[in-house]
Design a protein around this ligand. Structure first.
Ligand code: PGA
Length: 256
């Protein structure tokens, strides 16, 4: 099977958006739309953890899977305000995003902390979506590969090959997140090929590699057509059912 024929994965990252009533409308629409997609596209949503129970009750029995946007580096204990990975698992979740650039920047999460969170997610049976990405300054300085390589290596060093094979990795250039300025498909593919080689060296070449950063209905297909882009991590456009489902359809049009 050629790389172009890999299954695609499209995951919404709601960030700190949503309220009970709006969530219900959005989740029902996504569940219905996803039901009409071919099996080669898997759809997920990562919601604020407070809404996990609601998400589980609305999505159970649908083809859509769900998850959270962060987990604690600890399994339990006196860590006020934290949510532990096993708690997330209690609600039937599949995914935990770890190392999103907003957490690295605004919550001072180090590469090492991201690696520990990845381990906690794996131990709890979750699939970590490990985010890596460079800032505009880093790209302009020509250090993109060095930055994303170091971010990925920090995680891979702590994992066995079997554990590494259970990851999803998302390349999200910081300058493309929420800016409306997506990476070009060539820029994204180049970094994905680099990440793929790093993962292959660890024996985890088949890890799904998602692109994130201003993916919209009008650029999704071109991005997803790239041989090493296995889908997308979608922020702003995942909050509108029509846009999100249009992106899922774009994935379907290029999925094997
Ligand atoms: P965006 O966010 O699609 O709004 O750019 C992507 C992300 O941060 O995961």
């Amino acid at each position: 099977m050629s790389k172009q024929q890999r299954a695609k994965l499209v995951v919404g990252n709601w960030k700190m958006h949503g309220r009970l009533a709006a969530n219900a409308t959005l989740l029902r629409a996504i569940a219905q739309g996803a039901g009409e997609l071919p099996a080669a596209v898997r759809v997920g949503v990562c919601v604020p953890s407070l809404y996990l129970a609601q998400t589980q009750s609305l999505l159970e029995g649908s083809p859509v899977v769900w998850g959270v946007q962060d987990v604690s580096a600890f399994t339990h204990g006196a860590y006020t305000g934290e949510v532990a990975a096993p708690m997330v698992s209690d609600f039937g979740a599949m995914f935990a995003i770890v190392g999103h650039s907003e957490r690295r920047a605004y919550h001072r999460e180090s590469a090492e902390l991201v690696a520990v969170k990845t381990q906690r997610a794996l131990e709890a049976g979750l699939t970590p979506i490990v985010c890596v990405g460079e800032t505009l300054e880093e790209r302009e300085a020509g250090s993109t590969e060095q930055v994303v390589g170091a971010q990925l290596d920090e995680v891979l060093e702590k994992l066995s090959a079997e554990e590494a094979a259970r990851l999803v990795v998302a390349y999200e250039p910081v300058w493309a997140i929420g800016t409306g300025k997506s990476a070009t498909s060539e820029q994204a593919q180049a970094v994905h090929a680099f990440l793929r080689a790093r993962l292959a060296a660890k024996g985890a070449a088949d890890v799904p590699l998602l692109y994130g950063g201003s993916v919209k209905p009008d650029n999704a297909e071109e991005l997803f057509r790239q041989p090493d882009i296995d889908g997308g991590l979608i922020g702003g456009a995942s909050l509108k059912d029509r846009d999100f489902l249009a992106i899922c359809k774009a994935a379907a049009s290029v999925a094997g």
